[in-house]
Design a binder for this molecule. Structure first.
Ligand SMILES: [Zn+2]
Length: 214
């Protein structure tokens, strides 16, 4: 579905099988965020088709964090698409997944700071907690925040996986809550649309979940 000009969401809506939401950002270049599981890639293909492009039209694939339900299909795009993720996440993935899955070599790494791809200017926000070096992607021009598994509609990422931390997650969510966001594009479940809805979502999360994070 089209979220706003230049932003498409391919939401994963099956409850019988886990997979992530995938996002397409379009400007001079086309960026795909979190392609998900390889055996479920037909979901992304359908979304791309609806958006009027094919896999070959993707210039770069960005990964929010190194969990298989977000990045397993990366090899289907890279190369020729550029591939980027956080360096620490990449190294940890290789450590844990050694023997059953290998990732292509990233073309560059995602670190805290600005990232320009064509005319698309994103801010990469390092947001640990769900995983040690998750990144969120903020597009100020569109007030779009792609949050990976850090924060959801009425929920937060789990912190019981390797390198997770409740305290770090809380700090990360606080940083995200301070951004001016019109569209909160989450790694799973529904997105949150509208500045007021996004504000309410962060307030609700702080009230409901923060007491459990330490
Ligand atoms: Zn995850």
């Amino acid at each position: 579905m089209k979220v706003t000009d230049g932003v498409h969401a391919f939401l994963w809506q099956s409850y019988s099988e886990n997979n992530c939401n995938t996002y397409l950002i379009e400007g001079e270049k086309r960026i795909l965020v979190d392609p998900g599981h390889r055996h479920l890639l037909a979901h992304v293909d359908r979304g791309l088709k609806e958006a009027g492009i094919s896999r070959e039209g993707i210039d770069a694939v960005l990964i929010t964090h190194a969990h298989p339900d977000h990045l397993e299909a990366i090899g289907e795009f890279s190369p020729p698409a550029l591939f980027a993720m956080n360096q620490r996440e990449y190294e940890l993935f290789n450590q844990y997944a050694a023997g059953y899955m290998t990732l292509p070599e990233p073309d560059f790494f995602l670190a805290e700071g600005d990232l320009a791809i064509g005319d698309i200017r994103l801010q990469v926000i390092l947001a640990p907690g769900h995983s040690p070096a998750s990144v969120c992607l903020y597009w100020p021009e569109k007030k779009v925040l792609i949050s990976g598994d850090v924060v959801f509609a009425q929920g937060i990422g789990r912190t019981d996986m390797p390198g997770g931390s409740g305290k770090a997650l809380m700090q990360s969510i606080r940083r995200l809550a301070a951004l001016d966001v019109e569209y909160l594009l989450t790694g799973h479940g529904e997105i949150v649309a509208g500045r007021e809805e996004v504000r309410k979502n962060f307030a609700e999360i702080e009230k409901t979940w923060f007491p459990y994070l330490r």
